[in-house]
Design a protein around this ligand. Structure first.
Ligand code: 13P
Length: 236
């Protein structure tokens, strides 16, 4: 299983240091470590600290601009990430697509650039409530459009299905809806598919038991190290 924590715009540098000082007191047995992965996506300000304080965990950026460096005010490029030893990036999160108006073309540009640099890419897709209410076919069509320009066979790809209506609402998607979408997505790509959207310690086990679910992408519940650790211990 893959357990990914997305801190979003939370936990600045000092808070990430405090987080890892608690996190590093938790013990994972060798068999857990050989079969599972734990990924953290801190904010830019926490990247360096997370990288320094983590051991087996992988640290990635929540976003990056598809350039080495240059005149791109407010952005972080390849050179900055490489200088910290970061080789993993999250692309296509709905908060970037919706709030920051990131188009499919931009997502595809980012994907292409970071795939060429062999990054591990967690690529997010997910429909709005409006699309979901139009039925299964419309939902699948919408999700398909979010793969336009994306190499779904890319070796270092992890897909994350995050229905927008389940993010931060405290109400995760129902098991049968997750199963239906994940089984559709598994026809598009052989790579692992994570579920994200109001995952917590109480529903993690049930979600991990669903067919074609290879792990979880956790937002709010990952901000507390004890809570996120409990989620990692929920493999059915
Ligand atoms: P929540 O777990 O807070 O719903 O957020 C999910 C998410 O967007 C992770 O990327």
């Amino acid at each position: 299983m893959i357990f990914a924590a997305n801190f979003k715009c939370n936990l600045p540098q000092k808070a990430v240091a405090d987080y890892f000082s608690k996190w590093n007191t938790f013990r994972f047995c060798q068999s857990f470590l050989s079969q599972n992965q734990i990924l953290f996506f801190p904010s830019f300000l926490g990247l360096q600290t997370a990288k320094e304080l983590s051991s087996f965990e992988q640290i990635g950026a929540q976003n990056a601009y598809p350039v080495k460096n240059g005149a791109f005010t407010g952005e972080i490029g390849l050179e900055a990430l490489e200088s910290m030893g970061i080789d993993m990036v999250l692309i296509g999160h709905s908060e970037r697509r919706v709030l920051l108006k990131e188009s499919q073309e931009i997502c595809a540009m980012k994907f292409d650039f970071f795939a060429k640099h062999h990054f591990k890419i967690v690529y997010c897709v997910g429909e709005s409530l409006e699309v979901r209410e139009q039925g299964r076919e419309a939902t699948q069509e919408f999700l398909l459009s979010q793969f336009r320009g994306i190499d779904t066979q890319y070796q270092n790809l992890i897909i994350a299905y995050e229905p927008i209506w389940a993010i931060g609402t405290g109400v995760s998607a129902k098991a049968k809806d997750i199963e239906c979408v994940h089984s559709f997505l598994s026809t598009l790509s052989p790579q692992p598919i994570l579920y994200g959207g109001s995952v917590n310690k109480d529903n993690a086990k049930e979600i991990l038991a669903i067919d074609h679910v290879s792990g979880l992408l956790v937002g709010s519940a990952s901000l507390d190290p004890q809570h996120f650790y409990t989620i990692t211990q929920s493999i059915p």
